[in-house]
Design a protein around this ligand. Structure first.
Ligand SMILES: [Zn+2]
Length: 147
């Protein structure tokens, strides 16, 4: 089963630069899309959703059924199992990582209020579990038919 190490923080020298970039198309994300696509599901990638002045781009969006899927990196989103605080630039990192988590919860709230179902999958989770979580939600919202 494919697993990623995932939680290694970048060097201090690159940290600010990297932190400014939205990370997308990470391997777990790409793998999940590939598996869902192969299973016959059709979805949008990085679909822009504007809610209350915020722009939210789920990694995977089922627009008709209003299901938003995020694959959260263990380091960037402070996974309870693998999240870590770099030893250097601690003030910067604390603000950055806490900000990420706060933004995640804000996005969850906005999406939920607008009728979206939000699925968050940690990058460390086995691919099968992510696929199953999405499939189960789709079935729950649509009476059992994929696509
Ligand atoms: Zn993790």
């Amino acid at each position: 089963m494919a697993r990623t190490g995932g939680a290694v923080p970048p060097s201090a020298a690159r940290s600010r630069n990297m932190a400014a970039v939205k990370r997308s198309n990470t391997k777990p994300e790409v793998d999940l899309r590939r598996r869902l696509h192969a299973a016959g599901y059709r979805f949008r990638k990085d679909f822009p959703i504007r809610l209350e002045g915020r722009l939210i781009r789920p990694d995977i969006a089922f627009t008709r059924r209003h299901i938003a899927v995020f694959v959260d990196g263990c380091f960037w989103h402070s996974c309870p199992a693998h999240g870590s605080m770099p030893a250097t630039n601690q003030h910067f990192w604390q603000e950055k990582l806490e900000g990420n988590v706060a933004r995640d919860r804000e996005q969850d709230r906005l999406l939920g209020r607008a009728g979206w179902t939000v699925i968050r999958i940690w990058e460390h989770e086995p691919l099968d579990e992510g696929v199953n979580a999405v499939a189960a939600t789709l079935i729950g919202r649509a009476g059992g038919k994929p696509s």
